[in-house]
Design a protein around this ligand. Structure first.
Ligand SMILES: Nc1ncnc2c1ncn2[C@@H]1O[C@H](COP(=O)(O)OP(=O)(O)OP(=O)(O)O)[C@@H](O)[C@H]1O
Ligand SMILES: [Mg+2]
Length: 568
């Protein structure tokens, strides 16, 4: 890509060579190593750091699982700013350092959690194993980078590694998953049903479905179904006629259950656990999506960001909640109306650089100054709209890496953020009292967050889940920049502090953020272990890189590693 014209780099990274772009040597992608690193990332964040069991001993991070009394280490790529950037191999201290595979690590973590919580979880290792095995197949089957005409779709289908802070990011139940896996480039025609009009439940604008579906006889309406879901949930109702596969191929996006049909998305229910949830649209979320789209339009008209609204849903009213929820489809707006090329943020942050959207490829030949300019544009488009939505409007977005698209221009520079997924979008009860009062109780309740919980969600998704991973991907190209990246981010956050907050306590929360209050990180490992629903997930604290408190503070207050320095 072309570099912007600017003064010579003043950063201590090697300047980009002239000549044609050279592909960056991406880190080795091995399912065992990725699985082990995800487990270790979780353990470090949720067990070792809170228990002060971490010691940076260059070039390693040494950690201990205290209850099973095991000491481990992995390579620390650079000093910790928020979250340690670790890479394999992972080793265990026995008689010297011995390589440790993902299976043994999963077993050690399970044993530690059993002692920590007093509860067992017999499903845990099977879920880790399923995730590992699925990832191994995805790596084998996927060709990267794909020669796809559409870089946006390539980015949606590139998440072979998935959530880097989840113990089983790629676990999918059942034998059929591969046919529908975005990570292997799956495409498939949708299955269509004709549903008798008196057995249809719908709200909002679903005219897209009638345009996409096959013709049906009078008195019936079409309903698309995800073929995987249909194999899990046969609709036994005389009001429903099976019309079979029809129409052009749909492209599954990164969430697996939402598919792209030019130019819109269809979000289906899928009775399969993917990371923390069985992906079923609850009835109150269907109505909630349509109501939220109405509420958010005027909010986004005033924000420099895009929103993929969800203007309607259709489902079956016969057959009870099983069919009502299980066969539901939410219509989501498409992406062609936005300038530039939208890219999935999770693909941009992918440390393995599988997609051409990844920082590792997009910016591989960029100078340090260009990396800074790119990051500055990225944060400027992503962070202020999220913070303003909360502070000025009482809207809690869920801007984690999978819920944000970032549009880039022909030079790869970010020009707009686009937010999606209204299931995780919530309203604060104060500013939205009269809007919420007009909705059915369960619909209003499911879309309401109290201000403290809402702020934690915003801060976790925006900074811990999202920006820290993109910053880390940029810092992988030029480690010396990492603190400067956060100084730039701080600048964009600080500008939001000048605005009046419509949310009581909002301004104080933002000031605390800038003053260095620790950040909330969702505890996916503990949540999976406890088999808690995602909405009950707890948070643990991680260091706040926005505070700029100086480079010298030892993370987590650790003093000395558990054994002699020479062994470490
Ligand atoms: N960093 C990440 N944070 C959160 N989810 C991630 C991340 N990386 C990958 N994922 C995957 O993205 C999905 C996030 O779930 P989420 O509830 O936001 O989406 P959804 O409601 O299923 O679908 P959609 O986003 O299409 O509305 C999960 O499938 C999860 O495994
Ligand atoms: Mg999502």
């Amino acid at each position: 890509m072309t570099s912007l014209a600017r003064p010579a780099p003043s950063w201590p990274c090697p300047p980009a060579p002239t000549g044609p772009p050279r592909p960056r040597a991406a880190p080795r992608l091995d399912a065992g190593e990725v699985t082990a690193l995800a487990l270790l990332n979780c353990a470090v964040r949720e067990i070792c750091a809170p228990g002060h069991q971490l010691w940076p001993v260059e070039p390693y991070l040494v950690v201990r699982l205290p209850r099973v009394d095991v000491t481990l280490r992995a390579r620390l790529l650079r000093p910790q700013v928020m979250t340690p950037r670790l890479t394999g191999p992972i080793e265990e201290l026995r008689d010297g350092w011995t390589p440790l595979g993902w299976r043994r690590l999963a077993g050690l973590i399970a044993a530690e959690l059993e002692l920590l919580t007093g509860a067992a979880n017999p499903e845990f290792t099977a879920q880790v194993t399923a995730s590992h095995d699925a990832m191994a197949i995805m790596i084998r089957k996927g060709r990267w980078p794909r020669e796809q005409a559409d870089l946006y779709l390539e980015s949606e289908q590139s998440l072979v590694v998935g959530h880097r802070f989840h113990p089983s990011p790629k676990s999918r139940q059942g034998a059929d998953w591969l046919r529908y896996a975005p990570e292997t480039g799956a495409r498939f025609p949708l299955h269509w049903l004709a549903v008798r009009e008196d057995a249809i439940a719908e709200e909002g604008d679903v005219s897209l479905l009638d345009r996409l579906g096959p013709p049906v006889r009078d008195g019936y309406r079409v309903l698309p179904a995800h073929p995987w879901q249909l194999s899990l949930l046969r609709p036994e109702s005389e009001a429903v006629i099976d019309l079979g596969p029809y129409g052009p191929e749909a492209v599954p996006t990164s969430s697996v259950r939402t598919v792209y049909v030019p130019d819109a998305f269809l979000k289906f229910s899928l009775d399969v656990r993917i990371t923390n949830c069985v992906r079923k649209n609850a009835w109150y979320e269907l109505a909630g999506a349509v109501a939220l789209t109405r509420a958010l339009r005027p909010v986004f008209d005033g924000l420099p960001a895009g929103l993929l609204g969800e203007p309607g849903y259709r489902t079956v009213s016969a057959g009870g909640p099983r069919l009502h929820e299980g066969l539901s489809v939410i219509v989501r707006e498409g992406v062609t109306g936005f300038a530039g090329t939208p890219l999935l943020a999770a693909a941009i942050a992918d440390p393995y650089g599988r997609s051409d959207a990844a920082v590792a490829r997009l910016l591989h030949d960029a100078s340090p100054d260009h990396l800074l300019a790119w990051w500055d544009a990225y944060v400027r488009h992503v962070a202020p709209p999220v913070l303003r939505a909360y502070l000025a409007h009482g809207v809690v977005l869920e801007p984690h890496l999978q819920n944000v698209l970032v549009s880039v221009d022909d030079d790869g520079m970010p020009i707009q953020a686009i937010f999606r997924d209204l299931e995780g979008t919530k309203l604060l009860p104060g500013p939205w009292a009269s809007f919420l009062a007009d909705l059915p109780g369960p619909v209003a309740q499911a879309m309401t967050y109290d201000p403290g919980r809402g702020w934690d969600r915003v801060v976790y998704c925006l900074f811990v889940n999202h920006l820290s991973e993109v910053a880390a991907a940029v810092a992988d190209l030029c480690p010396a920049l990492e603190r400067e990246l956060w100084r730039l981010a701080r600048h964009h956050v600080a500008r939001c502090a000048g605005e009046t907050s419509a949310v009581p306590g909002g301004a104080g929360r933002l000031r605390a953020l800038l003053a260095g209050v620790p950040l909330p990180a969702k505890s996916n490992l503990r949540t999976r272990w406890a088999r808690d629903p995602d909405r009950e997930a707890a948070y643990v604290s991680v260091p706040n890189p926005l505070a700029d408190l100086g480079a010298d503070a030892a993370p987590n207050g650790a003093t000395a590693p558990p054994t002699s320095g020479s062994a470490l």
